[in-house]
Design a protein around this ligand. Sequence first.
Ligand SMILES: Cc1cc2nc3c(=O)[nH]c(=O)nc-3n(C[C@H](O)[C@H](O)[C@H](O)COP(=O)(O)OP(=O)(O)OC[C@H]3O[C@@H](n4cnc5c(N)ncnc54)[C@H](O)[C@@H]3O)c2cc1C
Length: 303
Amino acid sequence: MEKNYPLELLNTWKIGGIAEFVYWPQTIADMSNVWQRAQEAKIPVWLIGRGSNLLLPDEGLPGITVVTTSLGAIEWGDDYTVQVEAGYTLARLSQEAGERGWSGLEFARGIPGSVGGAVMMNAGAHGGEMAAQIISITALWADGTVKRLERAELEFAYRFCSLRGNAWVLEVQLAFSPGDREQILNRMKEYLRNRTLNQPLEKPNAGSVFQNPLGDSAGRLIEAAGWKGKRIGGAQVSEKHANFIVNTDNAKAKDVLALIEAISRDVQSKFGIRLQTEVACFNEARGTKHEARIEGKQSSQNT
Ligand SMILES: Cc1cc2nc3c(=O)[nH]c(=O)nc-3n(C[C@H](O)[C@H](O)[C@H](O)COP(=O)(O)OP(=O)(O)OC[C@H]3O[C@@H](n4cnc5c(N)ncnc54)[C@H](O)[C@@H]3O)c2cc1C
């Protein structure tokens, strides 16, 4: 456990104040224990994976910030299934599956999250999404119980999983299908090449800021509203992809939130479409208000 740890080291936007405590559980039992102890002591507890879809507050986080990145056990089955802990890197899992000639996670090769974060966000790209590969999920619930749920017991939609706000994902069982190794690896290379061309990967960012509205693209709407390249403080709408906000110069969370609000208002007034954020915002602790959907709530109420 570290005290007074900079949150900017825990997310790809490189934004955030100081976390009171940060804890990296090594095992699933550690996850349950920290949850129980925080409940008993009535301390707020927050959960972060690889922080690639997350806006953390300038004011920092009180209580314990739990980071899953050390939860990395993996067991490859001989039946095209894998059992993997929540902190395992999704892109690495995708690459390793491809090298075995296992098809299914090619879409995830360029997504820099953890397996647990990817399940919670139902991460997807290139026509694929996590939901399609899931056999079962083992999760920790707010009452401290650990339960395994089969795919049929879970609901998924575009960037939505019914566990969100209710449980911590501990481990996941995923299914693949047999494929041609070279073809799989080539497909992944192509996806990565597209990302390098179209996404501002050279600057700190958190992927797509807004969800795509049905039948349209958030990037197209933001660009059409004239926001490409605009900035507030150290945060800038990427010149390369209008649905990315990049940290160009020590951006603060308040800069990003101000851009999010301004863009949302403008797109609503110009096109009548209300954009929903895709990034999760841990900003309730100190009462920061903004219009975007708030995720990752203080876990003394919601895990
Ligand atoms: C360059 C770039 C490209 C990206 N491209 C894509 C893309 O193509 N498609 C896409 O869908 N996303 C994309 N993303 C966003 C992001 O990588 C995914 O949403 C990823 O799945 C988030 O995982 P994470 O571990 O980083 O989650 P975090 O950002 O750490 O957390 C996100 C939310 O999930 C919760 N969470 C994390 N782990 C767990 C867990 N074990 N149990 C319960 N809740 C948990 C957190 O509390 C938080 O609310 C991109 C991001 C970047 C920076």
